[in-house]
Design a protein around this ligand. Structure first.
Ligand code: ADP
Ligand code: MG
Length: 695
């Protein structure tokens, strides 16, 4: 890499951000736009054309020739359609033009994006609408305008719109609660810092594996002699090639105004992580989508492929995404900051209790928000939290809640210094509680860390659930406490009642332990082991009510979204099953047969020479038996794929879960055993040992 860069100068250089807006927009227009961004008010009609022209002129100066409305359809990726700025003039030339209308509204064809049944009831027309709360940016010669996506009849078809709505809902209710404390806060926002895990593997290995190409994960492969047991990869020295990738990634992300902060090796071989500094949830969401995109692109340049699948390799850790979440006011106050004396910080305790109640009452929604065919391989597999939702709050807060509930005295813990016993090392301040890495939803000092997300997930989903559920609890709290004669007494009564009612969701122990599953069941906590089990609860009556109450989704939007999620689940499984069938029939079986042929030839020759068949004969028998078993298993899989019922999406999803997945497992078993027996030069694609331990 070249010499040290001036990072502050580089940072945000491709973003139409505050500085650029202030420079390029007339004062009054800038003020109006800022108001929209800060307070979530609607955009003024006269603002758009002025912003459009300024944006275009700026984009041209950054080398852009095109613009695109950038949106997040239901399939988790981001979508873009590029239009150039050219506009013909009368004399046959062109000028570069961009109108307010083009900035505000786009019209991609909605029929080619998942809509979950809405498609049948409306026209193909779809609209994208500019989201002025998220910055536009230039990437690869195109001006990207973050937008929301909806249908002709107004149903929303993306993940950004409900996220923005959920943020509005939470802001409204949180402001009501803050008013009870005499605070005039105009806007409360949730903040998120998503830690992104990923794998980097050689492009040449990737190209040889159909499973990686079609499904993003390996459908075959057994563990090499060395896995992650030596724990030598986590925080290990970074390979020079990977370091070069990371350096370029940082630089590209910084240019796009993304706060790339931390990078390190993760637990599994070839696994790494990037964490940004947290920001407002909708921007964090856009930035994370963009980060995944940039990661994939930069990896290619370095001869790698970046795998964002939740479980690319069986037997080594998969990849997750930790969603660090908090709530703060426009006056800069973090509402989940306990302060020095949390036990008497009534405001903190109310917000904390609202989150506890929300997580308990909407366990199902949180579980559903992270459910996918890919993440099913991680949750509960001793590398990620179990599929049961619980919360870790730590000893200190636990003691406070216990004291509150039992109306006993409590003395706040004083932070102590940790003496390292070496005079040259500074004494460091100790946190009042240790971390718990096994909890799905852990309090980490002044924020919660939701750890169940899979690495490829659009973080909008869990945050929509979280924001809306917390908004609902805050609404109930505000309703109850509004006009109370003795606010403090009423608040304490409410806290005691809610803590008693929802403390079952708090678990400070080891979430990976077997006994927790039993204990959780006794407490009546939900345990949806698979996506198939979880999804039908998306549209449970209480959930429909929640989203309607807060104007986040209509019933129709919920029903269609549930259907789209279900379809995505079984379509993923279908692609995996077909890929597996193909690889087994067309690559593994023929390879094993060729090997058998050589063994048979050799054994026969030996026999003709009067020698014993020896190793060849013995190996031939073993391979032949396994190959026979593989052939049978593939036939069974083919039959299962051929017999998918012609039914509603939920029935089809159940079928894939109950019938197809076991058939896939049955194919993998003999195939993986064969991998360990068949000569290396016969095996048709790179193995885990080849892929995970490159130089
Ligand atoms: P780790 O969980 O790996 O120990 P850190 O505690 O450093 O990491 O923080 C992880 C992430 O949490 C970072 O992205 C950080 O910016 C984010 N974070 C810190 N404070 C907040 C907050 N108030 N709201 C949301 N995210 C936050
Ligand atoms: Mg973390």
């Amino acid at each position: 890499m070249n010499a040290a860069k001036n990072v502050p100068e580089l940072f945000g250089s491709m973003v139409f951000n505050e500085t650029v807006m202030q420079e390029r927009l007339p004062k009054d227009i800038y003020k109006k736009l800022k108001q929209t961004m800060r307070e979530g008010t609607a955009i003024d009609a006269e603002v758009a054309p002025v912003v459009a022209t300024a944006m275009k002129d700026w984009a041209l100066s950054k080398g852009a020739t095109h613009y695109t409305h950038w949106f997040q359809p239901l399939n988790g990726i981001t979508a873009e359609k590029h239009d150039s700025f050219i506009s013909p003039t009368d004399d046959g030339r062109v000028i570069m033009d961009f109108s307010g209308k083009e900035l505000i509204r786009g019209e991609p064809d909605a029929s080619s994006f998942p809509s979950g049944g809405l498609r049948a009831t409306f026209e193909a027309r779809g609209y994208t609408a500019w989201d002025p709360t998220s910055y536009a940016f230039v990437k690869d010669g195109t001006l990207y305008i973050p937008t929301a996506f909806c249908s002709y009849t107004g149903e929303i078809l993306d993940k950004k719109t409900p996220l923005l709505r959920s943020m509005d809902a939470l802001s409204k209710q949180a402001c009501r609660v803050l008013r009870l404390f005499g605070k005039d806060v105009k806007r409360v926002t949730t903040t998120v810092g998503p830690e992104q895990e990923y794998f980097l593997i050689e492009k040449s290995d990737y190209a040889k594996r159909k499973d990686l190409i079609f499904t993003g994960r390996t459908l075959f492969g057994s563990m090499p002699p060395k896995g992650q047991e030596m724990e030598d990869h986590y925080f290990g020295a970074i390979r020079p090639r990977v370091a070069a990738f990371m350096a370029e990634l940082d630089e590209e992300l910084w240019k796009l105004g993304i706060f790339a902060k931390t990078k390190h090796n993760e637990v599994a071989p070839c696994q790494h992580e990037m964490a940004p500094v947290f920001t407002t949830t909708n921007i964090a969401t856009d930035d994370n989508q963009l980060t995944m995109d940039v990661m994939r692109r930069i990896a290619q340049k370095h001869g790698f492929v970046c795998l964002l699948h939740e479980k690319p390799f069986d037997g080594v850790n998969g990849s997750g995404k930790h969603n660090n979440w908090s709530i703060s006011t426009d006056t800069g106050e973090n509402l989940l900051e306990p302060g020095k004396t949390p036990s008497s910080n009534l405001q903190f305790l109310l917000f904390l209790t609202a989150v506890i109640k929300a997580v308990d009452e909407y366990q199902d929604l949180l579980r559903i928000s992270v459910a996918s065919a890919g993440n099913d391989h991680r949750l509960g597999a001793n590398e990620a939290p179990p599929a049961i939702i619980s919360m870790f709050i730590g000893e200190e807060l636990q003691a406070i809640l216990d004291a509150l509930e039992s109306e006993s005295d409590y003395t706040d813990v004083v932070k102590t210094k940790m003496r390292l016993g070496v005079s040259v090392l500074p004494d460091i301040q100790k946190d009042t509680t240790d971390r718990n890495r096994t909890s799905p939803f852990a309090f980490t000092g002044n924020k919660f860390e939701f750890r169940m997300l899979g690495s490829s997930l659009n973080i909008a989903c869990p945050n929509i659930m979280l924001n809306t559920a917390v908004a609902e609890e805050l609404r109930q709290f505000a309703d109850e406490l509004d006009g109370a004669e003795d606010f403090r007494a009423a608040a304490l009564t409410l806290l005691r009642r809610e803590i008693a009612a929802h403390k079952r969701i708090i678990f400070n122990g080891n979430g990976y332990d077997e006994s927790w599953v039993e204990e959780a069941q006794k407490r009546g906590l939900l345990n949806f082991k698979s996506t198939d089990e979880a999804l039908p609860h998306y549209t449970d009556e209480k959930n429909l009510r929640l989203f309607q109450t807060h104007g986040v989704y209509t019933e129709q939007e919920m029903l269609s979204r549930g259907e789209a999620l279900t379809e995505e689940y079984y379509k993923t499984l279908r692609i995996e099953a077909l890929t597996m069938r193909d690889m087994a029939r067309r690559e593994i079986l023929p390879a094993c047969m060729a090997f058998e042929h050589e063994l048979a030839d050799s054994a026969l020759t030996k026999k003709q020479l009067g020698m014993e068949g020896g190793a060849e004969a013995r190996l031939l028998t073993e391979v032949a038996i396994l190959n026979g078993a593989l052939d049978c298993a593939v036939s069974a899989l083919e039959q299962a794929i051929g017999a998918v019922p012609d039914a509603d999406p939920e029935t089809i999803a159940h079928y894939y879960h109950d019938q197809v997945i076991p058939c896939m497992d049955a194919v993998r078993q003999p195939a993986d055993a064969l991998e360990g027996l068949v000569g290396k030069q016969y095996w048709p694609f790179p193995t885990y040992a080849d892929i995970l331990f490159y130089v």
